[in-house]
Each structure stands twice: as C-alpha cells, then as structure tokens.
Design a protein around this ligand. Structure first.
Ligand code: PHB
Length: 570
C-alpha cells in the first residue's frame, strides 16, 4: 500500500478513511498544540545559521507568543534538546536524536552506507546518498573525500530538486498535480504541504524555475537511468546520480558521485564513474530487497521526572510527542500504533494524537495502519549538528568543567608527533603558560600527548617515538625512549595521564581520552594547574572525576552527531 505522507500536491493518494485520514492545511482537530509549537520552535532554531538565538527573535520567527516560547524552551532545555546560554538558546547535540531516529528507521545509512564508502574509495571521489523529501532532495549519507572543494554538504542538508542531480531522478516520478503546484510553491517560497517556509535549503531554489526544461530533463534522466549536475550548485561542482529502487520499482534514494572541474568535467565524470556507480546501485537494490529483521521500537520515556522538577512550566504533551517520534525511529521499518504505545508507555489515545500531529506536520508517513518517520525529521537541526566541529561540541562541557574546578581546561588532537590545541577555556587565575587554540606542543612531555599516544597501535607508536628527539624542558622531563614508551602505556592502561612539571616548572596537568561513536580515541581533554595547588595524588583525587565526566559527556555528544565518523573538522 502506498504511504500517505503529506505531499506538496495536496492530499495524498492513500486511504481517506481509517484511524488517520489524509493531511490538510488546517491542523486536524485532535492535533496536539504544544507538540506542533515545540516542533516549530526546533525548526526555527535549525533554520537560522546563527548559533545562538534570543527568545524574542524566536517568537518573531515562529509567530508564537513570547510566554509560549519561554514554556517550550523550558521544556526543551529540561529534556536536553536545547541549551540555554545566558539569555540565548542553542540547539544541543542531543537534538540529533531526532535525525538519528529517522536515519535508523529508514535503514539507509546502516544498509547502504558501507557501499557508499567503498565506492568513494574506489573512485577517489565523494559519494553521497539523497532521498526525496517533498519536492526536494535530502542527504542521508555523505562519504566525503577530504579535498579542497568549494562546498561539502552534510547529512540532513536539503537541496532544491532543480539544482542537483538526484532531483531530476526524483521529479521523474511526480504526477501532474505536483508539476502544476511546483512553480507556484517555488514562487511563493513555500516548501511544504502546510504552507510554511522552512527556509532550510543548503542552496537557494530558483524563484522562477524553467518548468518545461526541468520536466524534459527529468524525463530524459528517467529514460537513460542517470542524471548529471553540471555546475548547477556552483561553478566547478559536478555530479552524476543513479536511482536506487525498492522491489516495487519506486525510487528510494539516489546515489551520486561528486567531483570538481579541476579533475573532471560532467562528461568525463560520467564516463569515469557511471559503470561502478551502476554496479553499486544494483548492489544497494539487492540489499534493500533483503528482509529486515523484525524489531520492536523502544524508547525510555523522558519526561516523567522532569514533570516533577519543572512543575507547570513543563509541557508534558510536547515531551510525550517527541518520545513518540523517537520510538518510531528506534528500529528500522514502520510500526503499528500498538507498538508505539507500548514502546513509549503511553495510552493508545495519547500516542495516536501525537502520530496524527506528526503526520500532519510531515514528519510521519502512514499507510493507515503502520507509521514511519519521513526525511523531514532531518530538518530539525540535524545538518547543523552534524557539522559541529570537535571544538564546538567540547566547549560547553569544558566551560562547565572550568566552572566546577576553577582551573583551565583544554582539548587537543594528535598531529604527527605533536598535539594541537583545538579548544581551551582559561580560568582567570594567571598562568605563565598561556596557550591559544591552534598551538602545537610536542606530545611526549604533555598529559594529553601521553593519552593520545597511548591510543595508537603499537607499531605506529614505535615509529613516532623513534622519530622524536626528546628535549629536556625541565629537570623532570622524561627523555629516555623506553621510559616514555612505558609512560604512554601506563596512560593507556590507567585511562589517564598525569604529567608533573615536565613541560614547564610549576605546571602539572592531568588528561583523559575522548572517544567517537565507534569508540576510537579522537582527542584528549585536560586540566592544567599550578603545582603548588596540591600533590599529584590530590590532583588525581580532586580532578579526575569531573574531568572524566566532561570527557564522557563530550564523547556522548560526538556519538550522537557522528553517523559515518571520520570527516569531522577539529
Ligand atoms: C553532494 O553529495 O555533494 C552532491 C550530490 C549531488 C549533486 C551535488 C552535490 O548534484
């Protein structure tokens, strides 16, 4: 049975009766107001590229009363989806849970992601997977080559159909109503069935698109089975895409190879990439046709404790609605109402009203019996959060740490035999060693260096140690290679390193590792302090617990925003 998601051309073609009839512009009677308004606020937070937003600006952007914005914000801060930063609000990495729910529910990154990575490796070009989302194309996988290319899209980014290669393939399946409505919607700057303007495009749509030309292009692309983007997004960027279909023949997604005119023009990219791209698409189709293991959704209800904590300021129906959204994405595929109610611990009637609301807003599709998340969920800030750098993720946690311990805290990554500072939060106390972000220090006499070296495979560590020429910075500096190797191994074994005045007299520091979503050590965080502040044992006892807690919080945020780890900027 076809799914009835709100489509831009009006009511869907699915059943019009049953528990959930088709969406219309007005909210259905049973729609949950606080859930609608909470999602509007999250979407507004996601759209504006500014990191921080004032509640008053959000009130203006959403048309909500200021007091309503405040209650929603209190609830979303309590749930951990927003952070309040003085007067301002910031989207917190936990909000990536929504997009992750869609990605898990769709099964696409899990089933197809490794094939995209393999193709990128074989062709030595970027490969992406996009799904149709309304009239547009939204990225769900990015296997990016690290190259100086003008733009690089993120998972969750939305591209207008007429400006990218996947768009022509998706438009080949539009019906007459959709082709009629499309230029009007473009002219009005409106991009969903409810008449709201997401403004969430990664590149601007054309306000007066060439409908006839695009329709011809879509037809031609469908006939030959591939489409090409010859610098539609910006000068230099070229891409070729092929569709990936499900067993019924419907296009589930498009897989693209992306290059730059400094390496390929559109024709040579097509010649170079198309044969392997087609093989990959066929293999993807085979994987999509494999039956998925049946799985029941499950999600811990988030709001119960908060209701007691925050009292009447807490919008329980918003929290419950978001639980329903997360539950739908906790396992691949679509789920019946009863399973959603069970997973969330909510009464059926409550879960049903949340589903009706989510469906009306275009976040959920349904055949009348079963429900699944739609790509629009990625518009709730996923691209922004997936694009956060290590430093941006770490900073709020380092600030909390410094406020707790009243000493300075930093994060560094390994860069050859050196460490490079990527984030630093100083205390007001004067320290002789004043380090700026970007500073490099030799790894061997620093606590973060010992932790980072300790995470290396043995042969790599051995060759780095062999290359180093350890210098005596102080009386205490360990310069003997065997002793250094032992100190590094001790750091790996203990899960932390304390370095006592080896870099500078009077400076003591303690560091622990930070892990990515795959458990790999990607950075270290430390606290540095004057040696007069306590003995090494006292420093360990006082600082290791809060430092480890900060590292765990940073690692948890990294895991939430790291779908295909490896390409995060430091
Ligand atoms: C991309 O993945 O960056 C991409 C894909 C298709 C396009 C343009 C860019 O047409």
């Amino acid at each position: 049975m076809p799914e009835t998601a709100p489509t831009p051309s009006g009511p869907p073609s699915g059943p019009s009766s049953g528990p959930l009839s088709g969406p219309s512009s007005a909210p259905p009677e049973e729609s949950v107001g606080p859930l609608e308004r909470g999602l509007a606020l999250l979407r507004a937070m996601a759209v504006d590229p500014a990191v921080r937003q004032r509640p008053s600006d959000l009130a203006r952007a959403t048309g909500l009363a200021r007091s309503t914005v405040d209650r929603i914000a209190t609830t979303l801060v309590g749930l951990g989806y927003l952070r309040s930063d003085g007067r301002d609000l910031v989207l917190a990495p936990r909000a990536a849970e929504f997009g992750n729910a869609y990605l898990t529910g769709s099964g696409l990154p899990d089933r197809l992601g490794s094939l995209a990575v393999e193709l990128a490796d074989r062709l030595d070009e970027s490969v992406s997977i996009a799904v149709p989302d309304g009239d547009d194309a939204r990225f769900v996988v990015q296997a990016t080559r690290r190259r100086a290319m003008a733009v690089s899209f993120r998972i969750g980014d939305l591209l207008p159909a007429e400006r990218c290669a996947p768009g022509a393939l998706f438009a080949a399946e539009w019906d007459e109503g959709r082709w009629d409505a499309w230029p009007r919607r473009r002219a009005n700057g409106v991009d969903d069935a409810n008449g709201t303007d997401d403004g969430g495009y990664a590149v601007e749509p054309s306000s007066a698109p060439d409908v006839v030309g695009f329709r011809e292009l879509a037809q031609a692309s469908a006939v030959r089975g591939w489409s090409v983007d010859d610098q539609l997004i910006e000068p230099g960027l070229v891409a070729v895409s092929v569709p990936v279909r499900d067993p019924s023949g419907a296009t589930v997604c498009a897989v693209s190879v992306v290059s730059h005119t400094s390496r390929h023009d559109a024709a040579s990219l097509t010649g170079h990439a198309l044969p392997r791209l087609r093989d990959t698409a066929r293999e993807m189709e085979r994987r999509l046709a494999l039956p998925a293991a049946p799985a029941a959704p499950a999600v811990p209800p988030s709001g119960r404790r908060l209701k007691e904590e925050l009292g009447s300021g807490f919008l329980q129906s918003l929290a419950r609605g978001l639980d329903v959204l997360l539950a739908l994405g906790a396992a691949p595929g679509s789920h019946p109402l009863a399973a959603v109610a069970r997973a969330t611990g909510l009464p059926r009637a409550t879960a049903r009203r949340a589903l009706i609301t989510l469906r009306h807003l275009g976040y959920v599709g349904s055949d009348g019996e079963r429900f699944r998340l739609l790509p629009r969920v990625l518009g709730l800030g996923y691209a922004r959060l997936a694009g956060l750098s290590l430093a941006e993720i770490a900073e709020p946690h380092l600030i909390d740490l410094v406020l707790r311990v009243h000493e300075s805290a930093s994060m560094a990554v390994l860069d050859g035999p050196d460490i490079r500072y990527v984030a630093r939060v100083p205390t007001t106390r004067i320290m002789r060693l004043d380090l700026a972000v970007g500073t490099r220090l030799p790894a061997y006499p620093t606590s973060m260096g010992r932790v980072l070296l300790g995470a290396l495979p043995e042969p790599e560590l051995a060759s780095l140690l062999a290359e180093m020429t350890p210098t005596r910075f102080t009386e205490a500096t360990v310069t003997d290679r065997a002793a250094l190797a032992a100190a590094v191994r001790a750091a790996a074994r203990d899960g932390h390193a304390l370095v006592d005045q080896e870099l500078e007299e009077g400076l003591r520091s303690v560091a622990v590792p930070v892990h990515d979503g795959l458990g790999r050590v990607v950075a270290a965080v430390n606290v540095a302090l004057h040696a007069g502040r306590g003995t090494p044992d006292e420093v360990r006892a006082a600082l290791l617990p809060p430092l480890s807690e900060a590292a765990r919080a940073i690692s948890a945020d990294l895991a939430l925003t790291d779908r295909l780890p490896g390409a995060r900027p430091a």
